[in-house]
Unconditional design. Structure first.
Length: 211
């Protein structure tokens, strides 16, 4: 996230265009999961997301916006709810997750179902391939227990699919989790990455982007 995005988000908050408090995140997540999703309506909502994540949900290879297509639905719901409740710092997305923009819990249920049904990016942005064995070793030792043997994640446990995500995005998020900037991180995840160096995280991100 660059300074321009941060500044834009803070201005939106200060001018009242983004609410300082939102619905309880657990309540929104539970309510969204209880609803029957309407994928066709989600498809109509998705253009709001496509402005950044692209029409196909593949984001940008430079990592400025992640692949969201094919991500687990529960993961998508939780992250949307966390961002709009400001439990996850993402000023760029605040205006798009506001109920006045995307809608209420039914809209979240619908658009996440549509995004989860989309095909993943077959050629995500990758790293320099210099430390793939290191990345594989670290992943198997520290990440596989939760995210799976092929980084497929776990929908029921809210563990995201990591394979095929853009290298630069993964690296940025791993650093933010390690350094305490991403406040909605699973404590178990923080524990696993807090001792890793930038080189270690780069290697893991590169390995994951190639799965």
């Amino acid at each position: 996230m660059n300074r321009r995005h941060l500044l834009t988000g803070f201005i939106l908050i200060l001018t009242g265009l983004v609410p300082l408090c939102a619905l309880s995140t657990p309540d929104e997540i539970h309510q969204s999961l209880e609803l029957t999703p309407n994928i066709e309506n989600g498809k109509k909502i998705y253009p709001l997301c496509a402005a950044c994540h692209m029409k196909n949900g593949w984001g940008k290879k430079d990592g400025s916006f992640p692949v969201i297509a094919g991500q687990h639905r529960k993961v998508l719901i939780k992250q949307l709810a966390d961002i709009r409740a400001m439990n996850r710092v993402n000023p760029t997305m605040y205006p798009f997750t506001d109920p006045e923009s995307i809608g209420g819990v039914q809209a979240i249920a619908d658009v996440t179902a549509y995004i989860a049904s989309m095909d993943q990016d077959p050629t995500p942005g990758m790293g320099n391939s210099q430390q793939l064995e290191l990345g594989k070793t670290i992943y198997r030792q520290r990440c596989m227990q939760c995210h799976g043997d092929n980084a497929q994640g776990n929908n029921d446990a809210y563990f995201p699919r990591l394979k095929g995500q853009h290298h630069a995005y993964l690296l940025r998020q791993l650093k933010w989790i390690r350094d305490g900037f991403r406040k909605n991180s699973n404590p178990a995840m923080v524990e696993q990455v807090k001792a890793l160096s930038d080189t270690d995280l780069d290697a893991v991100a590169d390995y994951l982007s190639r799965l």
